[in-house]
Design a protein around this ligand. Sequence first.
Ligand code: MG
Ligand code: MG
Length: 269
Amino acid sequence: MAIQIKTLDQLKTMRRAGLLVRSTLDLIKSQIKAGITTSALDAIAEANIKRGGGTSNFKGYHGFPATICVSINDEIVHGIPSERMIMPGDIVSVDCGAIVDGWHGDAAFSVMVEPTNQDSLKMLNVCEESMWVGISTGAAGAKLSDIGHAIENYVNSQGNYGILREYGGHGIGTAMHMEPHILNYGKPGNGPKIEAGMVFAIEPMITLGSERTKVLEDNWTVVTVDKSHGAHFENSYCIAPDGKPFVLTEVDGGKANLARFGIEISNLI
Ligand code: MG
Ligand code: MG
């Protein structure tokens, strides 16, 4: 299947979806503290997406019952909001998406509730930075598999982390999950050339232990087999018609973070 190519107008609509996702994630982040339930966070997300004129792309997705995924500690992704209370020292990963005028946005972050520890905080930083390494590598002209190769190299250069194998990034546009699937590891130089009009969600998932995971009996929550804690960061970025990247789910379009890699973002969006 071909990778969907978006026009500038379509990318501008995706920008609106991306900003709605970002404002929702920022709101949730501000509310994460010991004692709040994950379903309370979900309600905040649902209200914010509605207020912004969007709809959730998670709710009802293959039967998923909520607006966000909240995954705690050894849960890495796809956790279902519930009456579970966030506890001191938890690592909380939140994934959120929204549809605006038919176009999708998708992003995620992880954060650690006090009291923190250096090993966990470093893992969170490594995961977030590996996302930026991936996005900066996925500039126009690169081959798709260069992204995962760069993510893997960076993560491995920082310590002994597990990189999830069964889950990865994806194309996004008129649906949340579109071609291609984007691995967070592998050899460079393979797959299609990255071109203007493409939009990808880049989402590394790493752990303090093994990369092996299993799905809980709720058929959604992905946990590590060795119970090690993990992190998940995600942004959706595009290549604009001028050939420059733009991160649709960051307020500044990724300007500051991509500048660290010597990459200028598009000013068309
Ligand atoms: Mg996501
Ligand atoms: Mg995604």
